[in-house]
Design a protein around this ligand. Structure first.
Ligand code: SAH
Length: 323
């Protein structure tokens, strides 16, 4: 597929002090998106090609629905909607693109609103979002004045969603690359703020994940870690040993106190728990843009405080720490 949409960002990223790593990021991106590497890739590429690209409009990055407003006719708007719908499921959002409203599974703006009051101002910062999904929070970081935002996520559909949104918003300050944390060059560093949200419990080795995040930060840089957690006075880790809220890839869910101890043990300083919030079926739900089952079907119908597996219902913690 055409990789040229990534280039303006990579040029800018190189000029911002990351030039040593740009060639490797470009090679890995090309490998992951090479023909034949994913059965759905041709269909996604066709959807992107069929997407109308109206002239530049007014980007909206500092509102709950990220997107762009501009001139578009009814026929093109319907074609735009079809092309975006071909990239179903949209888990993160909302977006509003030339009048097409993408009501995603998650109200990702709610998470953003919970954590931003506790961050060092993002203005002028170089941001990395590990496990960024389609890049929703990267756009919000740019909207808050970040100099640039690199998102990485190994799920290629989300990279396709990013390419669709980005072709309409047209910013060079942001890219989502099809990479996992482990793919980043071992000596890469220098970010001012690193986000890792909704990823830790998917990792078999959570402490290695935390150490990997720390090395990417410049000294004094800020980590924003969001994860499933459990409320326990003492330290403890819930190991589901099977499914958790119907998800098959949840390895360990730390108590909030354990999370703090893990971060301190990995060398982070000034570790602050800034938010602990139960996830509701208003924040995570099936919509037209995510037609599969969602949180409501993962909770015990007789006791919404439990998952269908009988485990504590999802609770999410946000911790901010300095490298
Ligand atoms: N950060 C977003 C999305 C969370 S969903 C948010 O908070 O809303 C978790 C994402 O982590 C998925 O998109 C998944 O593809 C990604 N992921 C899983 N393992 C990863 C890894 N090793 N490195 C980076 N991302 C990973």
């Amino acid at each position: 597929m055409d990789l040229s949409p990534f280039q303006p960002f990579l040029d800018r990223f190189g000029a911002a002090g990351f030039a040593a790593w740009v060639p490797m990021l470009a090679v890995l991106t090309a490998q992951r998106l090479a023909p034949g590497t994913h059965g759905d890739l041709p269909r996604w590429v066709a959807a992107l090609a069929a997407m109308p690209r109206p002239g530049p409009g007014q980007a909206v990055l500092d509102a709950p629905a990220v997107g762009v407003e501009g001139e578009i006719g009814a026929v093109d708007r319907a074609r735009l909607r079809d092309a975006l719908m071909a990239l179903h499921p949209w888990r993160k959002g909302p977006f509003r693109l030339h009048g097409v409203e993408i009501d995603s599974e998650w109200r990702s703006d709610w998470k953003w609103d919970r954590l931003t009051p506790h961050l060092s101002p993002l203005a002028g910062r170089r941001v990395l979002d590990v496990g960024c999904g389609n890049g929703y929070h990267c756009w919000r970081a740019l909207g808050a004045g970040a100099d640039l935002a690199l998102g990485i996520d190994p799920t290629r559909l989300y990279v396709m969603q990013f390419l669709a949104v980005s072709a309409l918003i047209r910013s060079t300050g942001l890219a989502v690359l099809p990479l996992a944390l482990e793919d980043l060059p071992a000596d890469m560093t220098g970010f001012d703020t690193v986000f890792s949200m909704g990823v830790l419990y998917h990792r078999r080795s959570p402490l290695d994940h935390l150490r990997g995040l720390r090395r990417l930060l410049r000294p004094g840089g800020e980590l924003v870690l969001e994860t499933l957690a459990v409320e326990r006075a003492g330290g403890e880790v819930l190991v589901p040993g099977g499914r958790y809220a119907r998800m098959g890839n949840v390895w360990s869910i730390p108590a909030v106190a354990t999370l703090v101890a893990w971060l301190a043990g990995c060398g982070f300083r000034r570790v602050r728990v800034v938010d602990v919030t139960p996830t509701t079926t208003a924040e995570q739900r099936s919509t037209e843009w995510m037609r599969f089952e969602s949180l409501a079907q993962a909770l015990d119908s007789g006791d919404p405080g439990r998952t269908v597996e009988g485990l504590p219902a999802p609770l999410r913690a946000v911790v901010v720490a300095s490298a």
